[in-house]
Design a protein around this ligand. Structure first.
Ligand code: ADP
Length: 450
């Protein structure tokens, strides 16, 4: 049995894991950089270890420092959260080599899904529908141009190692191919050390629909329906909801089963997300994330489950605590990502929080590591909180979101709260009628962003 977990992360997700561990009677170890000595996750954990200076390559991304922290504290398991080392197959290998438990999938699962070309190939072979495009990588510009003609413009050129919206370029016509191809390659190389790219049909008005899956590593897997994360800025999600307003029960059950069967077939262990673009009733696989997602709480809300607790259980070799039949959707949930950013350009806005008050009441969950007087360091990402609301239906969830945003006080820094206040006035948002380009268009015409 796991008695102590080291959380290799910071901010709200570190708190999230510490909370689950505490409820299970498991001790937690927080690691932190020198810039995070006063962070909330450090205050909340049972033990703490400073693992290095502020820049993440020397602290939160330092594999030797994290392994050493496990050794000095006697932690038997590591939860990676999201971001940082959560999808680093080499890290998982090192963890396993040190006889520690990685709370997440195997190094092999991460390796396969971390390379988008291999991931797509694997999923296609498992019967998962994919976006039409190149079979595997595209090595040179000539081939790219030929494929552009074959697939039909517009197309998107994607770095196989890409992530976080980096390494993707759209070509609307043959004339744009050279630049898009070269840029995607260069971004892949400079951001991820890998210049392999592939080509896909660029869908015009899809929604981003992702299926939450969960496996026990022994060939059993379930799905926990979908999240609609179509509201994105620069391919980054800002507003997520479950269930998806455009998905009906038949579609949900169909794609859910395809996904659960696929991960069962590869003995997947833990939480995973299979991402699709959805257009005209069809699902097209784009990638799989082999970790807990930022937006997992909307799924927890509608199913009444604790996904981190389940991750820990299966990592201990225990069965999942639910079957597919147990998983019935209850109501509707929405999450908004509160970033310390200044509109209209979303410039990061670190600084000191002079006043903080979290909203509460029925159906409201605020996952945040903020407190009065906390100074947001400039070194890490700008997410400072996630506000999740749950209602009996979508209309109630929207009303609750409006109410909860009104209660939230974050003084001292600019945040993305005004964006959500404005979105809640939009008929399309209220109707659930939006695709992956809706927000960019809206920002352009309302905030003059572009
Ligand atoms: P990342 O790993 O960087 O998040 P994804 O492959 O998940 O990249 O794509 C991120 C977003 O980019 C999607 O949610 C969607 O908005 C857009 N996108 C990706 N592929 C396509 C495509 N073939 N057509 C249209 N939009 C796409």
């Amino acid at each position: 049995m796991i008695e102590k977990i080291l959380v290799a992360n910071r901010g709200e997700i570190a708190l999230r894991v510490i909370r689950a561990a505490r409820e299970m009677g498991i001790k937690s170890v927080a690691v932190h950089s020198t810039a995070d000595a006063d962070a909330m996750h450090v205050r909340m954990a049972d033990e703490t270890v400073c693992i290095g200076p502020a820049p993440s390559p020397q602290s939160y991304l330092s594999i030797p420092a994290i392994i050493a922290a496990c050794e000095v504290t006697g932690a038997q398991a590591i939860h990676p959260g999201y971001g940082f080392l959560s999808e680093n197959a080499n890290f998982v290998q090192v963890v396993e080599d040190h006889d520690l438990i990685f709370i997440g999938p195997t190094a092999e699962h991460i390796r396969v899904m971390g390379d988008k070309i291999t991931a797509k190939e694997t999923m296609r072979n498992l019967g998962v529908p994919c976006v039409p495009g190149s079979e595997g990588g595209v090595a040179d510009l000539e081939t790219a141009k030929r494929l552009g003609q074959e697939i039909g413009y517009p197309v998107i050129i994607k770095a196989t190692a890409g992530g976080g919206g980096k390494g993707m370029k759209v070509a609307n016509s043959p004339a744009e191919m050279e630049r898009a191809f070269m840029t995607a390659r260069a971004e892949g190389k400079s951001n991820f050390g890998n210049d392999a790219v592939y080509i896909e049909k660029y869908l015009q008005k899809p929604r981003h629909i992702e299926i939450q899956v969960f496996g026990d590593g022994k060939g059993n897997a379930v799905h926990l329906a979908e999240r609609d994360c179509s509201l994105q800025r620069r391919h980054q999600k800002v507003f997520e909801e479950a269930p998806g307003p455009a998905i009906n029960e038949e579609e949900r059950n169909r794609i859910g089963k395809v996904c659960a069967d696929a991960v069962a077939a590869i003995n997947y262990i833990g939480a995973g997300t299979i991402e699709f673009l959805y257009e005209d009733g069809e699902f097209y696989f784009i990638e799989m994330n082999t970790r807990l997602q930022v937006e997992h709480p909307v799924t927890e809300a509608i199913f009444g489950v604790d996904l981190v607790r389940e991750q820990i259980r299966v990592a201990e070799g225990l069965p999942m605590s639910f079957t597919q039949d147990d998983l019935q959707i209850n109501g509707h949930a929405i999450e908004v990502r509160i970033n310390a950013e200044k509109l209209p350009n979303f410039a990061p806005c670190p600084g000191r929080i002079t006043q903080y008050h979290a909203p509460g009441g029925l159906g409201v969950r605020m996952d945040s590591a903020l407190y009065d007087g906390y100074s947001i360091p400039p070194y890490y990402d700008s997410l400072i909180g996630k506000l999740i609301v749950h209602g009996r239906d979508r209309r109630e969830a929207l009303a609750r979101l409006d109410r909860a945003l009104g209660e939230l006080i974050v003084d001292g820094v600019d945040t993305t709260v005004p964006l959500f206040n404005a979105l809640l006035q939009e008929p399309d948002i209220l109707a659930g009628d939006y695709d992956i380009h809706w927000l960019e268009r809206w920002l352009e015409s309302n905030l003059g962003e572009g």
